[in-house]
Write a protein that binds this ligand. Structure first.
Ligand SMILES: *[C@@H]1O[C@H](CO)[C@@H](O)[C@H](O)[C@H]1NC(C)=O
Length: 183
């Protein structure tokens, strides 16, 4: 009894996880990551992400909508941090012209990327609106790549690694969403 109570308090998502969207499968964390991810990098990232919100026991099946929501929120937070870092870099008055131009492009692309992923995490997934969801993820990834395409011309940039991580997080969110079945 004590163990069960502990579980409920340690993993608040568990208690809330009833049926969210009709027809969506439920899986344990490990099975979801195995199904969604083709590479070790993605699989590890998936396990880290989902274990942060859900108990990874093989006997606990959770609707994959919950996983998709968590992954989308993770991507969104990460985008926000990168956009803030770009703003911070732009405060430096000694930036070279190409650096300034690249960071300005990144700020613009990230404002679209944030809107894009916010639509996924705040509207489409919670309302079970899966029509066009796949294309939506593709757009979100494309904005992040729009920033990268400018960064690669710089000799080095602190934003580069953050941008790569953002891209992986968006791809992970997309891969997990493919388990919803209808996108
Ligand atoms: C400002 O930008 C220049 C040019 O990229 C760089 O050399 C310098 O380290 C930056 N200064 C700070 C405080 O980040």
């Amino acid at each position: 009894m004590k163990a069960i109570l502990l579980l409920v308090f340690a993993f608040p998502f568990l208690g809330a996880a009833g049926e969210r969207c009709p027809g969506v499968p439920s899986l344990p964390v490990e099975a979801a990551c195995r199904k969604a991810c083709g590479t070790k990098l993605m699989h590890d990232m998936c396990m880290d992400t989902l274990r942060g919100g859900f108990h990874p026991s093989p006997s606990i099946h959770i609707e994959v909508t919950e996983y998709a929501l968590l992954a989308a929120h993770h991507a969104l937070e990460s985008y926000g941090a990168t956009a803030a870092a770009a703003s911070e870099l732009l405060r430096n008055r000694s930036l070279a012209g190409d650096e300034r131009a690249a960071y300005n492009t990144c700020l613009t692309e990230y404002s679209y990327a944030v809107q894009c992923m916010d639509h996924v995490a705040g509207d489409m997934l919670p309302r079970c609106r899966f029509a066009g969801l796949g294309e939506q993820y593709v757009h979100c990834v494309a904005y992040v790549e729009g920033c990268r395409d400018r960064l690669v011309w710089l000799k080095s940039s602190p934003l580069y690694t953050m941008n790569l991580v953002d891209r992986n997080k968006a791809l992970l969110a997309y891969s997990i969403a493919q388990l919803l079945g209808s996108i």
